[in-house]
Design a protein around this ligand. Structure first.
Ligand SMILES: Cc1ncc(COP(=O)(O)O)c(C=O)c1O
Length: 360
């Protein structure tokens, strides 16, 4: 028998990522509440820019995404030379591991953390050290206990996905102050826009200047509604960016995406509408779920984590057949939970009607 190429052994430890785009047999995809996308779609200004970008499709994009970085920097009042953009934040999160972590090193992240962290860890041949959560919460002390002399990087989903909790400002500072400065702390604030009004939350943007081992990662996939276009960015000390940029594919964001990102940032009214809707619809939905006797993990992003206990698989099937796709959480070791993205009001009302019928 002829031999076939064998992948690196650590690659075969990776369980392939299962996304929210799956429509199991018998399901109808009418209302998609499985991937924490923006239920209103992209801003009309973004759509316009996409249409107008077609004429420049034959030209290479700016490899440094200079205009986009200038607009992101101005919006957040930070230095554009401290920014790097990527093909979704997943791209930047992978690049950080590939730049700083190798075989035999360790990467720390929380129990039930965003699935990409495990993939990025095994992809570089490193070992994952998983921090146990207490009542779904991480603590700086629990994270610090996992740090060893092999630790190279900490991924902190902040807030978590699918566990939508976060470290308070004070706890985040305790963590950052006490982690050895050779360990890279990657604060993944993918959902930060939804928490801006919470006084005890910071995305970490205020820590990057003072702590050169802290990186903040952000995405345009959630509040900015560009999940399909793929755009994310990191804010980090230029020494870190200098290293990461050496392996970054030079054109990892297209010209259309860069322009769409600028238009999305410039349309803050669209982002505000999204945030405002989420801030009222999620509490309403969660209080309705409580009336049905269902428990939830306290989540602070654009989704709810509902414990359907022994009915979970059945509810998932029932909703899917009724046209509403939500996300089962078995692969996150939370088999009795469904993660439900906060959709538009009429979508959530329809979901509630179905659930009320189910529990009647
Ligand atoms: C915590 C977290 N980080 C990063 C991402 C990835 O975002 P992107 O679409 O920019 O790759 C997600 C997507 O769901 C997420 O939940």
């Amino acid at each position: 028998m002829t031999s076939v190429p064998v992948p690196n052994s650590s690659i075969l430890n990776i369980s392939p990522y299962i996304g929210g785009d799956i429509t199991p047999p018998g399901f109808v995809r009418r209302i998609a509440l499985a991937s924490n996308e923006n239920p209103f779609g992209s801003s009309p200004k973004v759509k316009e820019v996409i249409k107008n970008s077609v004429d420049r499709a034959h030209l290479y994009p700016s490899g440094n995404a200079t205009d986009l970085k200038r607009v992101i920097a101005a919006h957040h009042n930070i230095d554009q030379d401290w920014l790097m953009v990527g093909n979704g934040s997943e791209d930047t999160l992978h690049l950080l591991a590939r730049t700083y972590v190798g075989k035999g090193d360790e990467i720390i992240f929380g129990q039930h953390a965003f699935g990409l962290y495990q993939i990025a860890t095994y992809a570089v041949g490193a070992t994952a050290r998983i921090v146990t959560r207490e009542n779904f919460n991480l603590s700086p002390q629990a994270i610090l206990k996992c740090v060893t002399d092999k630790t190279k990087l900490i991924y902190l989903d902040h807030p978590g996905n699918p566990v939508g909790t976060y470290l308070s400002k004070a706890d985040l500072l305790t963590l950052v102050k006490n982690v050895a400065s050779h360990v890279l702390i990657v604060i993944d604030a993918a959902y930060a826009e939804y928490l801006e009004d919470r006084l005890d939350y910071t995305s970490g943007i205020d820590l990057v200047l003072d702590y050169p081992n802290v990186v903040m990662a952000r995405t345009f996939s959630k509040a900015y509604a560009l999940a399909g276009l793929r755009l994310g960015w990191i804010y980090a000390h230029p020494t870190i960016l200098d290293a990461v940029n050496r392996i970054r594919p030079p054109f990892n964001t297209s010209s259309m995406v860069q322009k769409a990102g600028i238009a999305a940032i410039e349309d803050q009214a669209w982002v505000e509408k999204t945030k405002k809707h989420n801030a009222t619809c999620r509490p309403w939905f969660e209080s309705e779920m409580t009336k049905l006797g269902l428990e939830m993990i306290p989540c602070y992003a654009n989704f709810s984590m509902v414990n359907f206990k022994d009915k979970c698989a059945d509810v998932y099937q029932y909703l899917g057949k009724g046209g509403i796709i939500v996300r089962p959480m078995g692969s996150y070791d939370l088999p009795s939970y469904l993660r439900i993205t906060i959709g538009q009001t009429h979508e959530m009302e329809e979901l509630m009607e179905l659930l009320k019928k189910y529990y009647r």
